[in-house]
Design a protein around this ligand. Structure first.
Ligand code: NDP
Length: 264
C-alpha cells in the first residue's frame, strides 16, 4: 500500500521537499507519495499528521520546536537542540529526529577533513551546527554582528567574537549561517574582516540556497572549494528518506536517487 509523507510549515508552498522525495521514491521504486501541508498553529501538528494518515513528515519553519513537543520520543541530538525536522510513525508512536545538522556534516565531509570551523552568525542554525560539529570533534569559533546572541556560545564554552574583537585564525572551513545576502546584497561581516578569514581557510560554505550570495561570490573569487545551502537541504532530505524507508536503501543509493532534483 502506498505510504504517505508530507512537509509541514508556514509558508510551505515554496518547499522543495516534495520534489526531492517523490523523485527519490520513483527512482528507488518505493511506493510512496509526499505532499506539502500548511500548518498555521503548531499545536495542531500531531492531529494533522494522524488525520492525513502519514507515515512520516518533515517540519520546517516555524514549527520545529512544536514538532519536538509533538513527538513521543526524540533522538539525542534533536532533544539537545529542542528542534525536530523529521517525524516517523512506528508502532503507533511518533519518533522525532533532526537531520539538518547531521545532513550538513555529511555534505561537509565530502569537501575534506575538517578540524576547525569559523561559524559566522549566532542564530538557531549556527547553534545547531556548532553543537553537532563539536560532537564530531570539530573546534568551533563563532563571530556575530551583535553581542547578545553570543552569550549562548560563551555559556556553551565556544570561543566567540563580535566584529570588533575578531581576529582571524587558521580554519578548515568558514560557514555563513547568517541570512545576510538572502534578500539583499550584503556580506555577513565587513569585507576586510571576511577576507581576512577567507584567506586563512581551505573551504567556504553557505547555508543559503537558491542564489549565489555575496559571501559565496567572495569565496569563489578567492578560488575556495565551496558549496551552498542546497547541499544541506539535499543531505537533510537523504537522512530523512533513510528514516522514512526504515534503512531499506544505502545512503549512496538514496543520494544517487535524490541528487538530480538539484538540477530540476
Ligand atoms: P536566525 O534569525 O536565528 O539568525 C540569523 C543570524 O544572521 C543572526 O546571527 C543575525 O545576526 C545574522 N544576520 C542577519 N542579517 C545579517 C546581516 N545583514 N549581516 C550580518 N549578520 C546578519 O536565522 P536562522 O539561524 O534560523 O537561519 C539563518 C539562515 O539559514 C537563513 O538564511 C536560512 O534560510 C538558512 N537555513 C538554511 C537551511 C538549509 O537547509 N540550507 C536550513 C535552515 C536554515 P544578529 O544576531 O546580529 O541579528
Amino acid at each position: 500500500m502506498k505510504e504517505l509523507f508530507a512537509i509541514f510549515g508556514n509558508p510551505v508552498h515554496h518547499s522543495k521537499s516534495p520534489l526531492m522525495h517523490n523523485l527519490a521514491f520513483k527512482r528507488v521504486g518505493f511506493d510512496g507519495c509526499y505532499t506539502r501541508w500548511l500548518i498555521e498553529d503548531g499545536d495542531t501538528l500531531k492531529e494533522s499528521f494522524f488525520a492525513l494518515g502519514l507515515k512520516g513528515a518533515n517540519i520546517t519553519v516555524p514549527h520545529k520546536e512544536a514538532a519536538f513537543h509533538a513527538a513521543d520520543a526524540v533522538e539525542d541530538f534533536a532533544a539537545e537542540v529542542q528542534a525536530v525536522n523529521t517525524l516517523v510513525l512506528r508502532d503507533g508512536k511518533l519518533y522525532g529526529y533532526n537531520t539538518d545538522a547531521p545532513g550538513f556534516y555529511r555534505a561537509l565531509e565530502k569537501l575534506g577533513s575538517v578540524k576547525k570551523a569559523l561559524v559566522i552568525g549566532a542564530g538557531g542554525t549556527a547553534r545547531a551546527l556548532s553543537l553537532y560539529l563539536r560532537s564530531k570533534g570539530v573546534e568551533i569559533e563563532a563571530v556575530n554582528r551583535s553581542a547578545h546572541r553570543l552569550e549562548w556560545f560563551e555559556s556553551e564554552g565556544f570561543k566567540s567574537h563580535t566584529w570588533e574583537s575578531f581576529v582571524a585564525d587558521e580554519y578548515d572551513v568558514v560557514i555563513n549561517t547568517t541570512s545576510a545576502g538572502l534578500e539583499d546584497d550584503s556580506l555577513p561581516m565587513p569585507k576586510e574582516l571576511l577576507d581576512e578569514a577567507l584567506l586563512k581557510t581551505k573551504y567556504a560554505v553557505d547555508v543559503i540556497y537558491g542564489k549565489r550570495t555575496p559571501f559565496l561570490k567572495e569565496a569563489i573569487r578567492l578560488d575556495l572549494p565551496n558549496f551552498d545551502g542546497s547541499q544541506m537541504l539535499l543531505w537533510q532530505g537523504i537522512l530523512a528518506f533513510d528514516l522514512f524507508t526504515q534503512h531499506r536503501y544505502s545512503l549512496e543509493e538514496i543520494e544517487s536517487a535524490m541528487t538530480p532534483f538539484l538540477s530540476l
